[in-house]
Design a protein around this ligand. Structure first.
Ligand code: 13P
Length: 345
């Protein structure tokens, strides 16, 4: 394990007021999103869509890294460049999602456990050779009556920690992603309580497994009320609840916290990230940044619609959402940024 390299990569992932793009949808998830956007679902369209993303000129102004899937890491862009190389040429560090998805827990109490440890050591060594410098593993925590259970939290946290330790052994920075889902009608207080317990449990296991905190990135949910909650809180209340929860649970040694968007719109995710960064400027031990998938990609995917003629407009929309996230990272996002884009057509 090269501690200096791990620290350096982790810092580079959150440097210069930039963040990360998650473009690591599994094939079933990519197909589901393509179906909703009216795009044919096959390997050619997935490759063409990911080509559209990585060939967007100027994307490196707003992104330090991009998370790929196994399929894309091994493929070439339409012009014949390996995807990791095309990203690196834009100054974007390539990473790789290495979990194999979340499956129902034994007895199916409505909770899930993430799998993917089998053969992981060998896969990480291969991914490093293919150009990846960091990895990602997502655990899913659901809020509902009687859940999450202690056993679900403990098991998911242990798996995250075992994954993270293997990544560091291979000199890949682990992105540790425990996602408390927005599904449900729970209030902000309940999400606060569950996120706090989740992060405490995750860091307990990370430390127990000897993970070097300086060489990892945390990818949590923002603390928000359930999507179906009757009362939706203000951006300020969400920013305060999220930062308070992180301050209680995330050691200062961790260089960066890169949020997932989790089903928030691009506008919502940026407004809330920006509120955190402007309200707490200079008072936080870690960088607060983005590792969004939908909140950066969705408008571009909808505009593209699988048609070459729409690529320039889709790339423009992608660049715009990445620029908004970059502004949010600086605490400078405003809704006016959206109408500027509309006016430009
Ligand atoms: P969203 O930003 O769409 O939640 O995706 C982030 C991610 O990487 C989920 O694993």
């Amino acid at each position: 394990m090269d501690s200096a390299r791990l620290r350096q990569t982790a810092l580079a992932m959150v440097a210069n007021h930039k963040g990360l793009l998650a473009m690591d949808e599994s094939t079933p998830t990519a197909n589901k999103r393509f179906a909703a956007a009216g795009i044919p679902q096959n390997e050619q369209t997935r490759r063409a869509y990911r080509d559209l993303i990585v060939t967007t000129a100027g994307l490196g102004r707003f992104l330090n890294g991009a998370i790929l899937v196994d399929e894309t890491l091994r493929e070439q862009t339409l012009s014949g460049k390996p995807f990791p190389k095309a990203l690196a040429e834009q100054g974007i560090i390539p990473g790789i999602k290495v979990d194999s998805g979340a499956q129902p827990m034994a007895g199916d109490p409505g909770e899930k456990l993430t799998s993917g440890l089998d053969g992981l050591r060998e896969r990480l060594a291969e991914y490093a050779k293919l150009g990846a410098r960091f990895a990602k593993w997502r655990a899913v925590i659901t809020i509902g009556p009687g859940i999450p259970t202690r056993s679900c939290l403990q098991a998911n946290a242990l798996l995250l920690a075992l994954y993270a330790a293997l990544c560091q052994e291979a000199d890949l920075v682990p992105i540790v992603e425990p996602e408390v889902l927005m599904d449900g009608d729970h209030d902000l207080a309940r999400c606060t309580e569950v996120t706090e317990l989740t992060l405490h449990t995750v860091f307990h296991h990370l430390v127990t497994q000897g993970v070097m905190l300086e060489g990892m990135i945390l990818k949590p949910n923002m603390v928000v009320p359930g999507q179906r909650a009757p009362h939706q809180n203000s951006d300020e209340e969400i920013a305060d609840a999220t930062v308070r929860t992180l301050l209680r649970t995330v050691p200062p040694a961790v260089p960066g916290v890169a949020f997932l968007s989790g089903g928030q719109s691009g506008e919502q995710a940026c407004a809330r990230l920006s509120t955190m960064n402007s309200r707490y400027r200079g008072r936080l031990p870690w960088a607060l940044t983005y590792s969004f998938a939908r909140a950066i990609q969705q408008p571009a995917m909808d505009i593209w619609h699988g048609e070459d003629a729409n690529i320039p407009a889709a790339q423009k929309a992608l660049l715009h959402r990445a620029e908004c996230a970059h502004a949010a990272r600086k605490g400078e996002y405003t809704p006016a940024m959206e109408s500027d884009q509309t006016n430009e057509g």
